[in-house]
Design a protein around this ligand. Sequence first.
Ligand SMILES: [Zn+2]
Length: 318
Amino acid sequence: MGKILKSTISDPTLFISPEMKEDIDTINHPKRRYRWINQPIWDYSTHFKKNMRSPTFLSDRDKTNRRKLIEALVAPSSSDALKGLGYKILQCGPSNQCHSPLCNYCRTKMQNKYEERALKYFGTSDHGDLHFLTILDDVTYTPLEVMRDCQERLNSRLRNRLRCSLYKKAISVFGAFEIDIKKPLLETQCQEQAELLSQYGMSEISGPAFMPHMHLIVDLKGMDSNAFRAHLRERFSKPKQITLSPFRQKNTIAENLRTTARYCFKFRYQFADNILRARPAYGKRYDDDLLRLYAVLIQQLKSENGVISFEFRHNLIF
Ligand SMILES: [Zn+2]
């Protein structure tokens, strides 16, 4: 039969409502057997530049992630708004974009846009001045009530309060607000991590905790990174609350900017362990209830302005 890879989706029609069944099509692609009629078959070579990691949505595995999300959104127990969102994501394609950060296709488009913007803002910066900054905020168990406050708190601490007369140069930052979900403490494997998270308010042993944080590209414009770190520590003093790391000099500026911009705007819906780790680790996917809650949260934060409400861009005057 030649080289036909087995699809992980045995029957894609299982999770489609009857009126959607006509949208299922089979395709002749080495890694996929099915697609929705409106869903494009991405051409790797034209959509993605060289040296970029392969986009996961080309594989059946990612189709399964997408399927899980849509399944959760359109489930009978779901609200009408979420069902509507699920069908919009299901039917999303070039001529019919849903503009949700939860959608693989639209998220990739957004990441492309932010990549270009990062290149525009920092493409001519001194490579040694460019850093990647992550700032953590306290966890919450009631994300829908408090998330906007968390966002504003992080923004204002950075924007309004970090001032120092010693340095007159403006430091440029650009990135995004993001929400990680942490597993309940009992499921948290690493004792050290559990203790650290408890300092951020993660105390309940059941139920997931939501951790707001920001990922930013920083241009220090000649400022010493240790001095900048010390200023940040005055406002963000918990252990591991800020991580400031220089761009890898073995990569080009463009490569670093592209990778970092995509990371800042990734809107991932998996449990994330990014404390005490050099690289974040993504664990199992959220269950259906958590996927729905996360979807409400993302849509609420997205608001009428689209994803712009996740962005943070500012010149910090020191
Ligand atoms: Zn979409």
